[in-house]
Design a protein around this ligand. Sequence first.
Ligand code: NAD
Length: 283
Amino acid sequence: MTAQLISGKELSQEKRVEMKSDVEELKRKGITPGLAVIIVGHDPASQTYVRGKQRACEEVGIHSLLIELEEDTKEEELLAKIDELNVDEAIDGILVQLPLPSQINEQAVIEKISPAKDVDGFHPINIGRMMTGQVCFLPCTPHGIVEMVKSQQIELEGKHVVVVGRSNIVGKPVGQLFLNENATVTYCHSRTNDLKQYTTQADILIAAAGKQHLIRGEHIKAGATVIDVGIHRLDNGKLTGDVNFDEAREKAAYITPVPGGVGPMTITMLLHNTILSAKRSRL
Ligand code: NAD
């Protein structure tokens, strides 16, 4: 069996076309959705991600404001900047690119962002609302993953979803979203004994461990759906994931590539949240 690709790039393009006309409609009503992105320091990977987000905003007509702060920025300065943006009527979404330099407490920053502008969906209020199935901003990477699986009309109810990784931004919330879809969810992590015992039971396997090619063919049940969240840069400059793609595609029925899989969908769901925020607060 050779797995069918779930292209996050193509699904993103489709969604962004719809978003563009949504934004045009809002603009006719005098509303231009606005996203503020704050980057602290000069981490090259963060700069690449931020540029990608800005380009995507331009593509769909969202106003994007980039705020670049020095590496030695004090926590109070960053919190004060967020306070300003929280009351700025032209800004519907605030995103602080992580990781932050060590002098800044990440959680304090996340909690400073108004939950109504928390388009990353990291604020404890939005996380709590997600867990209890209420209206909220869903975190972008997990939301994008669910959208990719749904795009293939793959049934979720009663399916066994195994998540490898339990970070606050990917692993934990993606499991919660599949639970909300009536799947049965198992979490594996760095202390799990015999990873393969669990992954081979997965109808849908989410690899979000941040370990290059951790998931091999032998970890996959025949006919499973495999979602690769990992991003790793090889010595030759190319990107690869947490899944050994060549082995996995011989076992799985559906698989996401790296690049062109989860990455573009993450940005697309950020655009979605920003437009949603503008509609919620300004229509
Ligand atoms: P993280 O380092 O915060 O968390 C990794 C998790 O994996 C931890 O919970 C850990 O317990 C688990 N883990 C580590 N080694 C393991 C092992 N050998 N077996 C089982 N579990 C193991 O990472 P993160 O922020 O969740 O990101 C994970 C990966 O996804 C990274 O490669 C990151 O670059 C990528 N990522 C991609 C996107 C995207 O848009 N495509 C978004 C966020 C993160």
